[in-house]
Design a protein around this ligand. Sequence first.
Ligand code: ATP
Length: 297
Amino acid sequence: MYERVLLLYNGNAGQREIERHLETITGVLAAKADELTLKRTKRKGHAEEICREHGEDADLVCILGGDGTVHECINGLAELKDPPIAAILPGGTCNDFSRSLGIPQNMKQAAETIAEGKTEKVDILKANDRWVSNFVGLGLITDASQNIDDQLKGTFGRLSYYLSAFKTAREAKLFGYSLKLPDRKITDQAVMILAANGNYIGTNQLPALHENLNDGQMNFFVLREAGLSLLRNFLQNKDLNEWDRNNPAFDFLETDEVEIETEEPMKLDMDGEVYEETPVKIKVYREHLTFIRGEEH
Ligand SMILES: Nc1ncnc2c1ncn2[C@@H]1O[C@H](COP(=O)(O)OP(=O)(O)OP(=O)(O)O)[C@@H](O)[C@H]1O
């Protein structure tokens, strides 16, 4: 039983079915809360403000939205002295971080998972001044998310991500970068760099990964030009065996800290939205927030 539950929802996210879901969710959660408050985000950045200002008044904050809304919420929660437990109701298009937590993608089942109340402390990344739940990327991934046509996204949902990623992959640009890792420095060229905290991107499970969300490590991928066909296969969910750690088309490593510089400043994609530019320092904050989790992840 929770004393105070805050249910925050992005009426703008996903396929605009959220209001329909609210009835289901409140039906399940009301039985578990002495007080249940609903707040609707009015603009981009609002979820972050609400979490920063009201997060400590709740013992559970339920986030109904996609990865971009989760991103905002953790930025509001991560620096609170006594942050509440966070729970995700998958109301976006991809909902990747909720997948890593084993949250069912069916809304009623997700609400029931919250009602069951299993929790886990999870790692959160900090990239320059922003907190990140799922990933930080640059290069091809940033271009792909920027190329998503909002109208297509509304109509085709996650299919629009694939269309955009395929389109972008044909025009991938090489860039020069240098990485500073705790034990070495690497200077080379790539088409994409990805620092992943979660295990899914664009609803696809990332291959060759760490097993849990609280090992204090991020999974770090550098994709070379030769890796583009690999990426296409990844988007079609096939031939994942090619993502062997020894495949020269990409570098794969685990680290708790990295600094990335690029020849020119490059935009950074954080959890599906562009925030900030390179250079960037990314660090894992181990078990920094507590989330509701499902059975399997
Ligand atoms: N009321 C609002 N008006 C405009 N934008 C909003 C509002 N509330 C939230 N947003 C922004 O909408 C963006 C997209 O929302 P969200 O990520 O939740 O859905 P999505 O993109 O469909 O999901 P996913 O990232 O899982 O694919 C977020 O970055 C968030 O900042």
